[in-house]
Design a protein around this ligand. Structure first.
Ligand code: PRP
Length: 172
């Protein structure tokens, strides 16, 4: 029987989403900001975050996958969908649900920089250090979580549980 151990409540998530959106709105005032959500996991976080951003902003999406149906990263990042907008001289903030090993973001930051973005920063709902394998550091972090395989609020296990409004540690 799998067990769902509560990690973040709806209230805890919502409070930090507002705070981080405020920080981004302040930092990017008078800049040319594009938020890039990484599908699929970031769609819930991005949808909430963007509604609290108070400056002009464009949105785009990339789809990258390194986990497939497994709970451990394959180490290979596949870009399934690239951005559509022109990133030349634009300030980009990548919006991710989780930084785990860091492999996905390391790959995506390099990719976006090579696409001509003026700057690339990272905004993550969850920063989980337990399995970190790269030097990547997120610029905006809503929550640091020590360990566990996390699901809910966009995060999945084998494509399920993204719809949960809270975040849980799934014990299989
Ligand atoms: C998850 C998550 C991040 C990545 C983080 O994506 O959404 O993109 O893993 O892990 P890492 O730091 O170890 O690279 P996944 O590949 O599971 O696809 P999904 O977003 O469609 O769930």
């Amino acid at each position: 029987m799998s067990e769902f151990i509560p990690v973040l409540t709806q209230k805890e998530i919502a409070k930090r989403v507002v705070e981080v959106a405020d920080a981004i709105s302040t930092d990017y005032r008078d800049r040319d900001l594009i938020l890039i959500g990484i599908l699929k996991g970031a769609f819930v976080f991005l949808a909430d975050l963007i509604r609290h951003i108070s400056i002009p902003v464009k949105v785009d999406f990339m789809c990258a996958s390194s986990y497939g149906r497994s709970t451990s990263s394959s180490g290979r990042v596949k870009i399934i969908k690239d951005v559509d907008l022109d990133l030349k001289n634009k300030d980009v903030v990548i919006v991710e649900d989780i930084v785990d090993t860091g492999i996905t973001l390391t790959h995506l930051v390099a990719h976006l920089k090579s696409s001509g973005a003026a700057s690339v920063r990272i905004c993550a709902l969850i920063d989980k250090q337990e399995r970190r394998q790269t030097e990547i550091v997120a610029d905006y972090v809503c929550h640091s979580v020590e360990k566990g395989f996390l699901v809910g609020y966009g995060l999945d296990y084998a494509e399920f549980h993204r719809n949960l409004p809270e975040v849980y540690h799934l014990k299989l």
